[in-house]
Design a protein around this ligand. Structure first.
Ligand code: TYD
Length: 212
């Protein structure tokens, strides 16, 4: 029995939370046992690391320290939660995974190749079977987000537009080099249309037989 590992990536205003709910509901409908989780975080220890990373008060955190904290959170998450769930035949659905570190730390912060190296250590090389990338330009994402109820911005959301542009370039480069693991989904559309595209990828990976 093999569990599938699915991650979802996307910036502000990409509709990531909405699509994750739809994916979870669909997989359950198809009879999968789904473990929904997130990064940074996903286990009690990793959630403590998350608080440290996202706290707007931690302005002094350096790029390398940030990279290592995300990786530490991921190492704990993989070993304590993801691998045991997959071994038990469950489907793991993670809000973000290693691609976030490549996009934000390698490209956004400009830390380059060391980020992939550190993450190989953190994950033991574990990669998702499928990654859904909700593709929306930072400008379009920001416009959408500003239409939503205001919430206080965390430390990463407070970064300037130029940082988010670099992160976005990072994702585009990851898509190109992923050999099909990352599904590039146009997210600047109504949620139902976006999900219809995602569903095709889920059906392909899980081998669900279409009912209509
Ligand atoms: P979160 O509140 O989960 O944001 P979102 O709703 O955008 O997923 O905060 C996670 C933030 O951390 C988000 O800005 C992306 C960033 N991040 C990294 O920079 N590197 C990483 O490896 C991960 C997992 C997240």
């Amino acid at each position: 029995m093999k569990g599938y590992f699915i991650s979802v990536e996307g910036g502000d205003g990409s509709g990531k939370s909405t699509q994750i709910k739809k994916i979870e509901a669909y997989l359950r409908e198809q009879g999968q046992e789904v473990i929904l989780t997130r990064e940074p975080g996903g286990t009690p220890v990793a959630e403590k690391i998350r608080e440290l990373i996202l706290d707007p008060a931690n302005k002094a955190l350096t790029g390398r320290a940030e990279m290592l904290l995300y990786a530490a959170s991921r190492a704990q998450h993989v070993e304590e939660k993801i691998l045991p769930a997959l071994a038990a035949g469950k489907t793991v659905l993670s809000d973000r995974f290693t691609d976030s570190s490549i996009a934000y730390q390698a490209f956004g912060r400009g830390l380059g190749g060391m980020v992939a190296e550190v993450n190989r250590i953190a994950t033991g090389g574990k990669e998702p079977d499928l990654t859904i990338f909700l593709n929306i330009t930072p400008a379009a994402g920001m416009a959408r987000k500003n239409n939503q109820d205001g919430h206080e911005l965390d430390r990463l959301e407070q970064e300037k537009a130029a940082f988010h542009e670099k992160v976005y370039e990072g994702y585009l480069s990851l898509v190109k080099e992923s050999n099909g693991r990352i599904a590039d989904i146009d997210a600047d559309r109504p949620a139902e249309e976006v999900f219809a595209d995602i569903k095709k990828h889920l059906d392909r990976v899980f081998g669900f037989v279409a009912t209509k």
